[in-house]
Write a protein that binds this ligand. Sequence first.
Ligand code: PBG
Length: 321
Amino acid sequence: MRRTRQAPWLRDMVREHALTTADLIWPIFVHEGEGVETPVASLPGVSRLTVDLAAKAAAEARALGIRAVAVFPVVPAEKKSADGAEAVNEANLACRAVRAIKAATTDLGVICDVALDPYTTHGHDGILKDGVILNDATVDVLVEQAIVQAKAGCDVIAPSDMMDGRIGRIRDGLDAAGFAHVSVLAYAAKYASAFYGPFRDAVGSASSLKGGDKSTYQMDPANTDEALREVALDVAEGADMVMVKPGLPYLDIVRRVKDTFGMPTFVYQVSGEYALLKVGAKNGLVDERRAMLETLLAMKRAGADAVLTYAAVDVAKWLGG
Ligand code: PBG
């Protein structure tokens, strides 16, 4: 076996998988104001950006070869409510960010999360009544949220809320509103994971959740057949692309999903996965660049077509643009 490993040219030639800049999706946190960049303490190297800076950063990312960004709003406390009504405001932060990013770039995909957690005072992804997240009432709002985002110019609607039946309803809603060309990326197999902590800090939903968890709608980490049932439903309802989330601890799911459905399959290297690597590297435990590239390549090897990572800009620079 070592004969094909003896020289760099031969290793390059027999290599089976590759991570390229075209595989990267960069999540961006946007907050209110102008010209302000605030580092997220629990996400080393990640900042919340005002809309003007986010548009500039997106253009820079595109120049490095990154093909898409995902927009996450940090909604000010006074705009949050029990029902998350700000989510359907056409002039909300997420919509303004999409418009600005679209105006500042060409040929850069813009992806928007659909879920109510940035907008609710309780930090849940749906409407909460008597301690229960209401499925169908939430889906009604998600359809409206998807439509306002599409109106703002979003290319890909990405429901991350894990309500039942939302993909079909959102697809129908988009079509009826004249957005048949807008794609749907279903967070199809999204687990109730401990690895979302830094993200919830970044968008300010951790303090709203107050230790509450999302296990009544996100998946049990112990399950794998259930992930296939989730993906099957989302595909049947019209998803164009499906996502598995988190990434590294769930690569068995990625492989099963890819093999079973042959769908465009995206993987989210979530905030906790990213932060642990960054902190480990900072403490000298692993080489940052090698460890980051190795884990992202592992996602490709498992069957991912694209990867969402907070390291996208660094990775694009490492890969040479
Ligand atoms: C919101 C949402 C979450 C993430 C993406 N969209 C958090 C959650 O479900 O609580 C997590 C992303 C990350 O950790 O990087 N529904």
